[in-house]
Ligand binder design. Structure first.
Ligand SMILES: [Zn+2]
Length: 408
């Protein structure tokens, strides 16, 4: 095969064109060869060649015909999400998860562990090896179809060296190179900050498939943002862009783990919401949570606060209203600063959409600059905490779809 280099010197023309066709079918769904030629500007014979190659590689399938009134009905093509698989690993402050996904990406199998890199790095890495083997066992029929390992972590990473960078919260100022712990599997390893990874997911399978400029506001245990500019994740000079959770919203506010005071994260993280919920449960201010704690001896989680609100518990309703108000503050800051086409609100907090949406909408309506003529588009991610794994899988998918893994 001749490898004619153009432009960025990364991919040859053939791979680039195949990647273009694959991306279109994956993002837009069913397309015919004629439509592909029209959209890409490539000639019919070129499209026919590319499509045949991709069908032979099992990446595209022919699925029926489209409805046209006259003439021959064009055959439609669909992307085969089961052509390859990925193994995502997501670290949180309290544990990690390993999974097998297809190319949707959808989670097919997962293992969750409460061993934390933050508390005991060596032990957590040992457990990671064990859980990884469970996933490989599950994938046994498809091992040769695994494209790579995708890793998402809270806080900044150096993707090239697969290193978790020093972070005041996640690894107590330690850096950690993960490659020695995963090299034996002989799979490509890709790594990303979890908000950046979540942002990528939304471009492949979520709310923003055709969007080039967006911010993914992720509120879970931590609060951060993934920033997409001209279709590319913006990481910043020191790879720490998007730390919206550590912007100050109250200079007299409580001390944050980062050393600053009154960071947005102190008001929006689900850990802080749970502190409030436990207090309300303990003192009986919330009948719903009090019952769970004292009668059913339940360990409270964020979804209990949502359930409480659905049962019209006034304290749960109030806690979530306030969460929405503070997320609204973060969103207005992001909109004013970044002016994205779309904002996606995701992470566990987005599962409380029915309670936070109105205060967020009001915050934007009352405080956004240029609100008279700017209509921001705010979407809500539906994936809750699963977005950590889905994001990690999307990092592998993104490299694959760019033709960088030599698989098409
Ligand atoms: Zn902070």
């Amino acid at each position: 095969m001749s490898r004619q280099r153009i432009g960025d010197n990364l991919t040859d023309v053939k791979v680039k064109n195949r990647a273009l066709v694959l991306r279109l079918v994956k993002k837009r769904g069913l397309l015919s060869r004629i439509e592909l030629a029209r959209i890409t500007g490539l000639t019919q014979p070129t499209i026919t060649n590319i499509v045949n190659e991709l069908i032979n590689s099992n990446l595209l399938h022919e699925v029926g015909t489209s409805d046209t009134k006259s003439g021959r009905k064009p055959i439609l093509l669909s992307f085969n999400n089961r052509a390859f698989y990925t193994i995502p690993i997501s670290f949180s402050r309290h544990g990690f998860s390993v999974a097998l996904t297809d190319l949707a990406p959808s989670i097919l199998f997962r293992r969750d562990s409460f061993y934390s890199l933050l508390e005991n790095t060596d032990l957590a890495l040992l457990e990671l090896q064990k859980e990884f083997i469970h996933v490989l066992d599950y994938a046994t029929q498809s091992l040769r179809l695994i494209l790579g390992i995708g890793i998402s972590v809270p806080g900044p990473v150096d993707a090239e060296t697969c290193t978790i960078l020093a972070h005041p919260i996640f690894l107590n100022n330690k850096t950690l190179d993960l490659r020695p712990h995963l090299l034996e599997y002989d799979l490509p390893i890709f790594m990303s900050n979890n908000a950046d990874a979540a942002c990528l997911y939304e471009t492949w399978n979520g709310e923003a498939k055709e969007i080039k400029n967006m911010v993914y506001f992720m509120a879970g245990e931590g609060v951060g943002a993934g920033i997409l500019i001209d279709g590319k994740i913006y990481q910043g000079y020191n790879k720490k862009a998007g730390e919206i959770g550590h912007t100050t919203v109250n200079i007299f506010g409580p001390r944050c783990t980062c050393g600053n005071q009154g960071c947005l994260e102190m008001y929006c993280s689900t850990l802080k919401i749970l502190e409030k919920a436990r207090e309300a449960a303990w003192f009986g201010e919330s009948p719903y949570l009090h019952h769970l704690l004292t009668e059913e001896h339940t360990e409270l989680h964020f979804h209990h606060v949502i359930e409480g609100a659905r049962n019209e518990d006034p304290t749960c309703l109030n806690i979530l209203k306030q969460l929405g108000q503070y997320i609204g503050v973060g969103i207005v800051n992001l909109l004013n600063f970044n002016d994205p086409e779309v904002i996606v609100i995701g992470g566990e907090a987005a599962l409380a959409r029915e309670f936070i949406e109105e205060p967020i909408r009001r915050g934007i309506e009352e405080r956004l600059l240029y609100r008279e003529y700017v209509q921001p588009r705010v979407f809500y991610s539906r994936w809750g905490d699963d977005i950590r794994l889905l994001g990690a899988a999307s990092v592998v998918l993104d490299h694959f779809m760019a033709g960088e893994l030599g698989r098409f």
